[in-house]
Every structure is written in structure tokens, then in C-alpha cells.
Design a protein around this ligand. Sequence first.
Ligand SMILES: Cc1cc2nc3c(=O)[nH]c(=O)nc-3n(C[C@H](O)[C@H](O)[C@H](O)COP(=O)(O)OP(=O)(O)OC[C@H]3O[C@@H](n4cnc5c(N)ncnc54)[C@H](O)[C@@H]3O)c2cc1C
Length: 491
Amino acid sequence: MPAAFPSSDPAIPTAPLTAEMRDALRAIVGEKGLIEDEHGKRPFVTDWRGLLVGGAGAVVRPGSTEEVAKVVRLCHQHGIAIVPQGGNTGLMGGATPWPAHTGIVLSLGRMNRVLDVDPVGYTMTVEAGCVLQTLQETASRHDRFLPLSLGAQGSCMIGGNLSTNAGGVQVLRYGNARNLVLGLEVVLPSGEVWDGLRALKKDNTGYDLKHLFMGAEGTLGIITKAVLKLWPAPKDVCTAWLAIRDPRAALEILSEAHSASEDNVGSCELMSRAAVDMVLRHIPGTQDPLKADTPWYLLLEWSSARARQDGAEGMSEKMEQFLADQLEAGRVLDAVIAQTGNQSRNMWRIRESVAEASRAEGPGMSFDISVAISSIPEFIARGLEAALDILPTIRPYPLGHIGDGNLHFSFMGPSGMDQQTLAQYKGAITRAVNDLVTSLGGSISAEHGIGIDKLDELSHYRSKTELDIMRTIKRALDPQNIMNPGKVLRL
Ligand SMILES: Cc1cc2nc3c(=O)[nH]c(=O)nc-3n(C[C@H](O)[C@H](O)[C@H](O)COP(=O)(O)OP(=O)(O)OC[C@H]3O[C@@H](n4cnc5c(N)ncnc54)[C@H](O)[C@@H]3O)c2cc1C
């Protein structure tokens, strides 16, 4: 598998782990917390897509904040680089060490305790290594709801979610990961612990430091604990799969859905027929909810915290009436409302399996972009034209969180083309797509972050002022550049 690292490595510290350092690390985390053999390290130095394989002197798995702090202090003293890692599902290479990395990968996986659930105050205090799905289930057992939801939820960890400021399928209503947080505990690159683990809704005491660490992709410190906000558990949920006229119709449907649902729209996901077909090809057990003659579909979900009352109109009845109106208006061509949990799960499985299906499909490229919601149809039309001009046989399968103005503008390589040949077109297509995004006032990374993949794109599109502010913050907190070096920013 060819390495997809950018050509020039940045100036990352390459101080090796000496035998004394290894002994010191073992003394902190114990034998089970230190992985030194190549086979054991392999999953931690390889990214989820299997495209990047980096290096590491060792993988260190601390079991507590105190252990994290001791490990970081030791690395700080010896100038050893650290790559923090959660579930290793990030799609930008942020959790993957560079090939020249001789330091450690610090995996948070053993720090997986839920420390407190406060259903009355609607909060939950957790360690960074808790798997997202476990936290959703914990909230649900207390009749509460943790809205963060994404395809990788069975393996991504909350520390990784916060460090990437993850998005997902509920942002429309609840905001992205940083909006779900009241407080954080962070181990700084010096090994000092910042205790910001407060459960306060209001706290105007100077700079709001927690927001520095969310979305920083582990370059400013290691998140070890968080206080998360919870919501009432949904009681009446209706999921529907719509064949629609075109992307503009999707926006009009969403715009009308807010009032028709009495402000209960939870998710609104746009899918192209090509994306649906790709999932049906590769993910066993998925079934096409609706065969219709259109390239565009919407997965629309409404949910209310109020239980459905006997005889009263619930979400399903409201949705039925709404879909009839939208059919009449010509925006919806056909639609099906899930009648069972299985049908709803099948719809969600199709949406959430796109990344996995694309991995099985073979070489491709994907752009995680955002523009103002109203610019989405123009972006899709012009973006497809630009990409097809460069490589007419490339196979687009756009999809996205349309209510957030966020598209995964994705392409399968032409049939039979290998990764290396496709890579020759990647630069030109990336430039065309990102120039278009920028001309529409959008962002080159909506929710996946920068990591290694978009390092050069960030420096190309962000202003000198913005890059300088980011570098100033990085140097102030991490003057030795040991914390996830060479990610997000070139110093
Ligand atoms: C199938 C699939 C679907 C996905 N869907 C979405 C989606 O809908 N929306 C979305 O936003 N993303 C999505 N992603 C991307 C990914 O799941 C998210 O970025 C997720 O938040 C990463 O969490 P993680 O625990 O796997 O982090 P990792 O991949 O381990 O790390 C991600 C970054 O955070 C840093 N980091 C990890 N833990 C910590 C910590 N405790 N402290 C400091 N830094 C840390 C790492 O160094 C790295 O830079 C998807 C990925 C897959 C594979």
C-alpha cells in the first residue's frame, strides 16, 4: 500500500526512546501499558483507511490522568514527541505518527470510566477513552440523550471526538462536539494538569480555555476528562427516506420541515444514488428503502422528547402530512416512512456505512467541505463540472449533512484505476474544489479537521494573520513542539 504522506516531513523532534526512558515509562504505566513490539504497535501507527503507516518508539497506554501527566512530563524533559490517540478513526491522519516519529503514541483507551451521571443537572463526567456509543447507551439508561452521533461511534472515543470537534448527524439541532461540553481536564505539553472540569452553564471568567483544546487535534495538550451536556431522551421518533427532485429541493424541504415538525428536525442527510448503490454493493444486509428514478435522496428524521399520546397526532402523522404536501409541490418524488425499528436502522445503516463502503470500493478521494446552506446546489453543480473536466471518468458520489451546509464531496476512482495513478489527478482536483469552496466563502474542512492530509491546504487558504495567531498559541503552549508535531500547522 503506497504511503500517502505529504512529500516533506516537517521539523518534528526525533529524539529516540532510550533504554532508560523505556524503563521509566514502564515504571509509570506498568507492563500492560507499554507496547514495544512491531506487531503490537502496527494498529496504532496505521490510519483507519490503511493509507498511512507511520513509526513509533512505543505505544503507551496510561490508566489515569496522573499517569498521563507523568508520561508527558518525562517526554517534556527529554524532548520526546507524543501522538495522542483515541479510537484511531480520524480520517485526516491526525492520530497517525509520521514515519520519522521516534517518540510515543499515547493511547487513551484504558481511561474509559464514566465518573458521574447527573440526570437532574443533565450532565455526565467521563474519561477521554470512553467509546462514544457506550456514552450514548449510558445516557439512555438514565433516560437522557447524548446527541453526538457518527458512523464511527462504536470505536471512536470522546477525547478524539472533542479533539476533532466532530460533527455527525445531529449537528443541525444540537451543534457540533464543542457545543456539548461544559468542562475539560487537559494535560498540557509541560505535563501540568489544567483542571477545567466545571459543570457550569455560565462562566465568564476570562478566556474560555476549553475551546482552545477542542478542534486542536491533540497539538496543544491531551484531553483526559470532560463534562458533557445531556438532553431529554427522544420518545417519539419518525424516520423517512425520500426520493427528491434535486439538491435545491432538499433545501426547500428542510426549510419547510422546521415549522411542519414544530421544530423537531433531528437529522437531514443528503445522499446521491451513487453513494446508496456503493453501500448496497459492499455492506451485507443493507436493503434499498426505495427504488426511484432520481439521483438524489434525503434521510429525514424528526424526534420529540414528548411521548406520543393516544389519539393525538405524533411525529409520524405530522411527517405523513408533510410528505404529501411536498409530493404535491414536486420536491419529493416518492417517500417511505420507517414502520419498524429495523426499517429505520436499515436507513441509518446505509447513511453511516458510506465510509466503510468506500474503503471496500477501492481508490478514491473525498472533500469534507462546508458552504452557506443556500450555496450547496451551486457548489455541487460547479464542483462536479470542475472535477469531471480534469478526470472525466471519475465517479462522483456526493452526500452530506445538508442542514449544516456540510458536504462529503466524494469520488471513486475510474473503474480499474489504481491508487498511484489516481493520485496524479488529486492535486488538480483538490485545487479546483477548494478554490470553488473559497470563492463561495466556505471552509475546506467542515468536520474532519486538518491532521496531516490538509496541512498544505490550510496554509494555502488561511490568511497569514490567522496562521500567525495559531502558531503563536502553539509555541506558547508547546515551545518544544512535542505535542502531535507536524499536524494541523507547519511551524
Ligand atoms: C465510518 C466513519 C464515519 C465517520 N463519520 C464522521 C462524522 O459523521 N463526523 C465527523 O466529524 N467525523 C466522522 N468520522 C471521523 C472520526 O470518527 C472523528 O474524527 C472522530 O471524532 C475521531 O475520534 P477518535 O477517537 O477515533 O480519534 P483519533 O482518530 O484517535 O484522533 C483524532 C485526532 O484527535 C487527537 N486526539 C485523540 N484523542 C485525544 C485526546 N484525548 N486528547 C488530545 N488529542 C486527542 C489525535 O491526535 C488526532 O489528531 C468518521 C470516521 C469513520 C471511520
